[in-house]
Structure formats: structure tokens, C-alpha cells
Design a protein around this ligand. Structure first.
Ligand SMILES: [Zn+2]
Length: 88
């Protein structure tokens, strides 16, 4: 009898991935592939290009920080989870 297969989770870890924090709306964003365009909640900053070429921008005068973070991305839905403060 065949065992019922659980649908495999299609999550992928992105370690030390370019990320940006918008200091206006306090959203951290990243781009995991070249067509994944993201902007923060208030729209002041955006990031694009995934791991191929990271491109980011902001509206003039907006406050932001860029850093490297670990993320887990569900490759089916594109849902991103910031893995800060886990482990270590
Ligand atoms: Zn923002």
C-alpha cells in the first residue's frame, strides 16, 4: 500500500541576502530572483534583481539601511520569512 505523500515544502534558504530596511515604515524587504520586485509598505524604497543583480532605490530623502540577512522563501507562494534572531 502506498504511503500518503505529504506535499513537500518548497522552501529555500537565502543566507546573507541583500536586504533593506525602510526607516519610515519599518519594513525589511529583499528580492530572491531577478523578476521579484518588492517595495516597502510606504513605497519609499524598492529592491529588485534577486541574486543575479541586486538593484535598489528610494525616493529622495528617505531613510533606509541596507544589510545582509537570512531569509526563508516559499518558492510556491513567494512568501518571505526573515530569519533574524533564530539560532546562534
Ligand atoms: Zn517604507
Amino acid at each position: 500500500m502506498a504511503k500518503k505523500q505529504k506535499k513537500p515544502s518548497n522552501k529555500k534558504l537565502f543566507k546573507n541576502h541583500s536586504s533593506m530596511l525602510c526607516k519610515n515604515c519599518n519594513t525589511t524587504i529583499m528580492s530572491y530572483h531577478r523578476h521579484d520586485f518588492n517595495h516597502c509598505e510606504c513605497g519609499n524604497i524598492f529592491i529588485d534583481g534577486g541574486t543575479d543583480y541586486t538593484r535598489f532605490g528610494c525616493t529622495p530623502g528617505s531613510a533606509y539601511e541596507s544589510f545582509l540577512r537570512d531569509w526563508e522563501v516559499d518558492m510556491d507562494t513567494g512568501e518571505k520569512t526573515l530569519l533574524d534572531f533564530l539560532g546562534e
